[in-house]
Design a protein around this ligand. Structure first.
Ligand SMILES: CC(C)(COP(=O)(O)OP(=O)(O)OC[C@H]1O[C@@H](n2cnc3c(N)ncnc32)[C@H](O)[C@@H]1OP(=O)(O)O)[C@@H](O)C(=O)NCCC(=O)NCCSC(=O)C[C@H](O)C(=O)O
Ligand SMILES: [Mg+2]
Length: 356
């Protein structure tokens, strides 16, 4: 653990100063593409206009014999594309892999000025973030970068979950954390073969009504990921960084995908991964608060004046705490409205109606 006095000092001579606050930029969807896949790469300029974050994936889902092509493909795409205000992230290979050192050296040197965030998979503890932190500082100094790269950890090992609070606070570069349900399930020896989402076998059942233990008993499917997502959200909030749901692998099941995304949104996540273009609009819809909720939040804020005391609005009690809840929604809406004129119009129209 570094001394608090040194926490914001660069870790290499000539490296940029670390940021003191993680920018809360819209990142409702982190859209994954394989830079070695020509069809996906061709869609990047168009996708850059639709998504908040584009992520060139170098790790799992890229075949071992395509790793170098993916790395080089990302360099070429980053140099050739105007991303506008859309962020460009990458997911590097795991820290024990034969590719990660070249991933970092090549990407920081060649496109460090275009990249915003580096996603690190299979993080086990703060030591993994410290390793990446120092290496990035050295590479940034050598490349003459003026803006520090940020780091995002995937929570996908049992020890990562056990150490999630120290991971979240390991470096001023820490931008956020995503759930990696597939690797996490394997690491924990959970008996699900699904990539995220629920499982029909994970349920609770109402009490028996008579002698027959089968008759008339309703079952309710439970969320396998509730504990981990909630823990991740708390660790992120405690350290001022951003939590995300991860992949939903059943691309065809857009309905359950929306449910899983919404659970994460309601629990505090700011976004999710999208693995296929069909998931992009779902993420956008779910991770943008609904106009009626924004209108309500703005109405409460307006009625609460300096934010203290208690008032009754439409039969509901509002006080110092509920106005803070409303500010979370209203501030997110303001940020999203800056990026999305259609959303701004929907929010403003709903607010006008609510305040009339
Ligand atoms: C899942 C896929 C393999 C499906 O691909 P495909 O069979 O080609 O689907 P479609 O025929 O429906 O595709 C229609 C067109 O859309 C293009 N496409 C597909 N996906 C993408 C994308 N992500 N970005 C851009 N374009 C995309 C196809 O090329 C088709 O184009 P065209 O023929 O010209 O119309 C595929 O979607 C895919 O590989 N997705 C990404 C998967 C991925 O990144 N996986 C890694 C993240 S999840 C993970 O790592 C687990 C996690 O770490 C954990 O532990 O939990
Ligand atoms: Mg994984």
């Amino acid at each position: 653990m570094r001394s608090p006095k040194d926490f914001f000092a660069p870790l290499a001579v000539g490296a940029p100063d670390p940021v003191r606050e993680i920018p809360a930029l819209p990142s409702r969807m982190i859209h994954f593409f394989d830079p070695s896949n020509a069809k996906m790469a061709a869609k990047v300029p168009d996708l850059a206009k639709k998504v908040d974050v584009l992520l060139g994936n170098l790790e799992d889902a890229v075949r071992a014999d395509r790793k170098e092509a993916a790395r080089q493909g990302l360099v070429e795409i980053a140099k050739a594309t105007d991303f506008g205000s859309t962020q460009l992230w990458t997911r590097i290979n795991s820290l024990d892999s034969p590719w990660v050192l070249d991933d970092l050296i090549t990407l920081v040197t060649e496109i460090g000025d275009k990249l915003d965030v580096i996603m690190v998979p299979k993080v086990e503890g703060a030591q993994d973030i410290h390793y990446v932190d120092r290496l990035l500082a050295q590479l940034e100094a050598r490349a003459g970068l003026r803006r520090p790269l940020l780091v995002h950890a995937i929570l996908e090992t049992a020890s990562g979950v056990a150490n999630v609070e120290e991971i979240a606070g390991a470096s001023p570069r820490m931008q956020g954390i995503s759930l990696g349900p597939a690797d996490l399930a394997a690491s924990r020896r959970m008996k699900t073969t699904r990539v995220g989402g629920g499982h029909p076998g994970y349920l609770v059942r109402t009490d028996p009504v008579g002698e027959d233990l089968h008759e008339g008993r309703t079952t309710y499917q439970q969320d396998l990921w509730h504990y981990t997502v909630a823990r991740m959200v708390d660790a992120c909030a405690m350290h001022g960084i951003l939590p995300y749901y991860g992949p939903f692998g059943d691309i065809r099941d857009v309905v359950a995908c929306e449910d899983q995304f919404r659970n994460a949104f309601l629990l505090g996540c700011v976004g999710t991964w999208t693995l296929h273009p069909v998931q992009v609009d779902i993420a956008k819809r779910v991770f943008s608060p609904e106009p009626k909720d924004v209108a309500w939040a703005r109405k409460v804020i307006a009625a609460m004046g300096d934010g203290t005391g208690a008032v009754m609005i439409d039969g509901k009690m509002q006080d110092d705490a509920s106005v803070k809840q409303c500010r979370v929604v209203a501030e997110l809406a303001d940020k999203l409205a800056e990026r999305d004129p259609e959303l701004k119009q929907a929010y403003d129209e709903a607010t006008k109606e609510a305040l009339a």
